[in-house]
Design a protein around this ligand. Structure first.
Ligand SMILES: NC(=O)c1ccc[n+]([C@@H]2O[C@H](COP(=O)([O-])OP(=O)(O)OC[C@H]3O[C@@H](n4cnc5c(N)ncnc54)[C@H](O)[C@@H]3O)[C@@H](O)[C@H]2O)c1
Length: 493
């Protein structure tokens, strides 16, 4: 249940979600409650040789671990990485992923893929590991990534950085203390379609002054239903208890419980709210949010979750061009129109998603974008037939201005147009991503490890921290019913 919190005085910073007790509780699963001593930097992690094979391990072999495996197999060049070990507390996950990795032997230089249940044991017994991919539930990220960094490994850790701001802050500190390569899995930062939109369209001013952004990730209830047991692969309760999980149901639905995750606003907002910051190289000034456990309330046979399943958040930015507002919603009660982000300026609008079917640009009727299509290479192209949402083709004959009416006189130019706007002119981004969406981000990480170049990373941990602050503040606003006003220091460690 979401605690009912009476309106409180406005938060002075972000203290409400800086939950030190939660963070310490999750850390103890790794450290056993004692402080780890810093080890010296690993020699292998500091070698610089572009193109060399990096020996990697995967910790967390669930849905996302498998996506990372698949992206490495299909999207990274041969010999870029070699999986030497996988680690998961669930035998089902680790066996399945190891089998798939061995099946992709063309990406294995030689040798086996060892399986481990315990990350400490894996790091102890596999000293050749140079880089660790972490795809476990969010509450483990801070302690597991610190452990790997302190053992001298480069780390690629999945988003959201942590389920608490304090956990996220400690991850930045761990990088600062070890100086090692540490990438967070906000993979849009390395996606050439997103980079094209940011660098060639938004930064070049094609959309004109952007006053509004919109993002949504809507999922139907079936996609969020509690997952059942896997026949023949029960995970004993003592293994779950040892690793901090109260029950199998919580273990499988960890996102919706505050102890392990921070709900869909963090899970999915991590990708899309991040894009409001990243596209404009800006940080918000405030956020106001509402939402709640609207569906998964334990009634009528439905699961009972703690974290809000439906959230709506409004961010305010002060860009050099003026105010910009960004609206974000995450719904788990309808999959209507899927997931995308939209950037709306006075000259045009851009619609983009990691799903390539959202790839539209619309010029306002008064703006001519032809020159951008004829540049070499073209910044935009004519829309393909396959484009979804062709709203510009809808018949609008029902409300044509009458000749001689006020709206079409020359005087009308001086006032805001109150009629329905003319249809916009459709275009498309010319960039296509032919590999799984995580591949460019993993490649960026591996290149940074190969060359020992932290600056090469497209999402270093301190950048991801700003995203975590931005997202967690929406949750804070929702819980307190108050607007959260950011201070610049909130975004610093
Ligand atoms: N970048 C993306 O697009 C993206 C997409 C989905 C998920 N994710 C992130 O990936 C992470 C994992 O999400 P998921 O959907 O794969 O969850 P999941 O529940 O499917 O998988 C988690 C795996 O971690 C294992 N695990 C749990 N505790 C462990 C421990 N102490 N040590 C080792 N293994 C442990 C579980 O057994 C399970 O196999 C999350 O942080 C999530 O936010 C990122």
């Amino acid at each position: 249940m979401i605690p009912t919190i009476a309106p409180a005085p406005p938060p002075t910073g972000l203290s409400r979600y800086m939950d030190r007790r939660n963070f310490l509780r999750s850390s103890t699963f790794i450290t056993g409650g004692s402080l780890l001593l810093l080890t010296s930097k690993s020699a292998i992690a500091q070698q610089s040789a572009p193109g060399r094979t990096i020996k990697c391990a995967l910790v967390g072999c669930g849905a996302q671990g498998d996506r990372l495996r698949n992206a490495a197999a299909k999207g990274l060049g041969k010999g870029m990485i070699q999986w030497v070990a996988v680690c998961d507390i669930w035998e089902y996950s680790r066996r399945k992923i190891r089998g798939a990795m061995l099946g992709e032997s063309k990406h294995q230089i030689d040798g086996d893929v060892k399986v481990y249940e315990d990350i400490h044991e894996m790091l102890e017994k596999e000293p050749t590991i140079e880089a660790v991919f972490i795809a476990t539930p969010d509450f483990l990220h801070a302690s597991q990534s610190r452990l790997c960094l302190e053992k001298g490994k480069a780390v690629y850790c999945e988003k959201m950085m942590s389920n608490t701001i304090e956990g996220a802050r400690d991850m930045v500190k761990a990088q600062q203390q070890t100086g090692l390569i540490f990438q967070i899995g906000h993979q849009r930062h390395s996606n050439p379609r997103y980079i094209h939109l940011r660098d060639k369209i938004i930064k070049e001013g094609m959309l004109g002054r952007v006053t509004h952004c919109y993002g949504q990730w809507n999922r139907g209830v079936s996609a969020s239903a509690p997952l059942g047991k896997v026949k023949g692969y029960d995970i004993p309760q003592d293994v779950l208890t040892k690793n901090g999980y109260a029950s199998f149901e919580e273990f499988r639905n960890w996102r919706f419980f505050s102890k392990y995750g921070a709900g869909p606003i963090s899970d999915l907002g991590a990708h899309q709210i991040d894009m409001f910051n990243w596209m404009y190289d800006a940080l918000p000034t405030s956020v106001m949010a509402t939402g709640g456990v609207d569906y998964y309330d334990g009634t009528n046979g439905r699961a009972k979750f703690e974290e809000p399943d439906n959230v709506m958040a409004l961010y305010e930015y002060k860009l050099p061009s003026g105010a910009m507002r960004a609206y974000y919603q995450v719904l788990t009660t309808t999959g209507s129109q899927g997931y995308f982000e939209k950037h709306m300026g006075v000259d045009g609008t851009a619609l983009i998603s990691e799903s390539p079917s959202y790839n539209q640009l619309y010029a306002e009727p008064s703006v001519d974008w032809d020159k951008f299509a004829s540049s070499s290479p073209p910044t935009i192209v004519k829309p393909s037939e396959a484009v979804k949402n062709k709203f510009w083709e809808h018949d609008r004959s029902w409300e044509k201005p009458r000749p001689g009416s006020f709206a079409v006189t020359s005087l009308a130019k001086a006032v805001a147009d109150v009629r329905e706007s003319k249809p916009l002119v459709p275009w498309e981004l010319p960039v296509v991503l032919n590999v799984p969406p995580h591949a460019p981000h993993m490649k960026n990480f591996i290149e940074a490890v190969q060359t020992n170049n932290y600056k090469h990373l497209t999402c270093p941990v301190e950048m991801a921290f700003q995203c975590a602050v931005t997202v967690f503040a929406a949750r804070e606003s929702l819980l307190t019913g108050m607007k959260v006003v950011f201070k610049p220091s909130d975004f610093q460690v």
